[in-house]
Design a binder for this molecule. Structure first.
Ligand code: S3P
Length: 435
């Protein structure tokens, strides 16, 4: 079967922010029409940006930018819902603006660590107050222009931290240099280049370094067709690898294939799936996002080991690797992934509890887990823990004929993947046709 997935969540939120800050009219297509995109768009509107409703079909959205200093203080708190990316990126934007704003979110977001972003922004000169528990939302943030230049050694490989610092430098006109222990996704760097911001990046002994030394005073408008989200496509790839769509597998068209995001495909191939990639021409430049069609066909899956440098390149797909590990021959080992404990849920805990509940043998570590593959039918209820990726990772196992798993909260998938359940039903139909 052939399919498309909704627009990339990371790129959609960055594109909306940069279009709002540009001078002139940006034209965006393929934007995600999901919960997180809606949260970020809503917050930008509350800050005075004119963002039209995001169409469900990815149709064109035109945004008249307010300029780098054009955002205004909102009249009430900004509610970012479930969106960690929206929250942290907007903290960076606000740090360099003449506006005071309170940011908050849903119960899951209010549990997530914010000091990793607030600390560098405070060091640059932004004034931030925690309104509840220290290190958590809600926070009040008051920007300043200019902020001090910063050279920040980030202890975590986090694109959200890196991007917040770069955005603070951009809105306040300050140098922003960041070193991270391993390279995290580089969407902000690529989009910055495409709106006229010069960013240099290179490996260093401590990891990966990104330098923005000369922030411009205005941004060019953005013309961007957001590719499908490879993290959403991953669920279809996994279903295809398990044989869920029959021997022909699944081709997902126009998926983002940024190399900082594609390690799940490497892992799936290592586990035995058959993968073909057809890159779209003209998307390889450093200010563009690589895009292609990806076909995955089933292969007998064997266990694998995931850790080290690979982890940031598939951080959002690790719960899915663990779920696949339950159907792979041998023991799948995941390490160096302590960051999973700070996502929309504690994803190590969520995966371990759900796998155990299904009767799978699992060992939990602080930074990962080991899963023992089994051929036994997996049946029962799993909990989503208010986390879209946990709900979707386990439901993929339902594409194995002997498995019957019920997810307690299906609606949560809409955060990043509206239409997910419909596509899973299509996968099932494709398998039935092939039988
Ligand atoms: C994201 C970065 C990652 C990822 C999240 C989206 C982004 O988080 O898990 O889903 O768009 O920058 P961290 O930067 O915290 O690792």
């Amino acid at each position: 079967m052939r399919a498309r997935v909704p627009g990339d969540k990371s790129l959609t939120q960055r594109a909306l922010i940069l279009a709002a800050l540009a001078t002139g009219e940006s034209r965006l297509t393929g934007l995600l029409h999901g919960g997180d995109a809606a949260s970020t768009a809503g917050a930008l509107r509350a800050l005075g940006a004119e963002i039209p409703a995001l169409p469900p079909d990815g149709g064109e959205v035109r945004i008249q930018g307010v300029g780098l200093q054009g955002l205004r203080a909102p009249t009430g708190p900004l509610d970012l819902g479930n969106s960690g990316t929206g929250t942290r990126l907007l903290m960076g934007v606000l740090a360099g603006c003449d506006a005071k704003a309170v940011l908050t979110g849903d119960a899951s977001l209010r549990q997530r660590p914010m000091a990793r972003v607030i600390d560098p922004l405070t060091k640059m000169g932004a004034s931030v107050q925690y309104l509840g528990e220290v290190g958590r939302l809600p926070v009040s943030i008051e920007g300043r222009r200019p902020l001090a230049a910063i050279d920040w050694p980030s202890p975590v490989a986090s694109a959200q931290v890196k991007s917040a610092i770069l955005l603070a430098g951009l809105t306040s006109g300050a140098f922003a240099l960041v070193t991270e222990p391993r390279q995290s996704r580089d969407h902000t760097e690529r989009l910055f280049r495409s709106v006229g911001v010069s960013v240099v990046e290179h490996p260093v002994a401590e990891g990966w370094r990104v330098e923005m030394r000369d922030p411009p005073e205005t941004l060019r408008p953005l013309e961007f067709d957001v590719p499908g989200d490879v993290s959403s496509a991953a669920f279809l790839f996994a279903a295809a690898a398990l044989g869920g769509a029959g021997p022909e597998g699944i081709t997902v068209e126009r998926v983002g294939l940024n190399p900082t995001r594609t390690a799940f495909l490497d892992v799936l191939e290592r586990m035995g799936a058959l993968i073909d990639i057809e890159m779209e021409g003209g998307s390889q430049a450093p200010d563009q996002e690589p895009v292609g069609d990806v076909s995955v066909r089933p292969g007998g899956l064997t266990a694998t080991i995931v850790g080290g440098e690979e982890v940031p390149r598939l951080i959002d797909e690790i719960p899915l690797v663990a779920a696949l590990g339950a159907r792979a021959k041998g023991t799948t080992k995941i390490s160096d992934a302590i960051e999973l404990r700070a996502k929309e849920s504690d994803r190590i805990d969520a995966v371990v509890k759900n796998l155990r509940g299904l009767g799978v043998e699992v060992t939990e570590y602080q930074d990962g887990l080991e899963v023992q593959g089994t051929d036994d039918p997996l049946r029962g209820q799993v909990r989503a823990f208010h986390d879209h990726r946990i709900a979707m990772s386990f439901s993929v196992l339902n594409t194995v004929r002997s498995c019957d798993i019920e997810v307690d909260d299906r609606a949560v998938a809409g955060v990043s993947f509206p239409g997910f359940w419909g596509l899973m039903a299509e996968v099932e139909r494709a398998r039935r046709r092939s039988e």
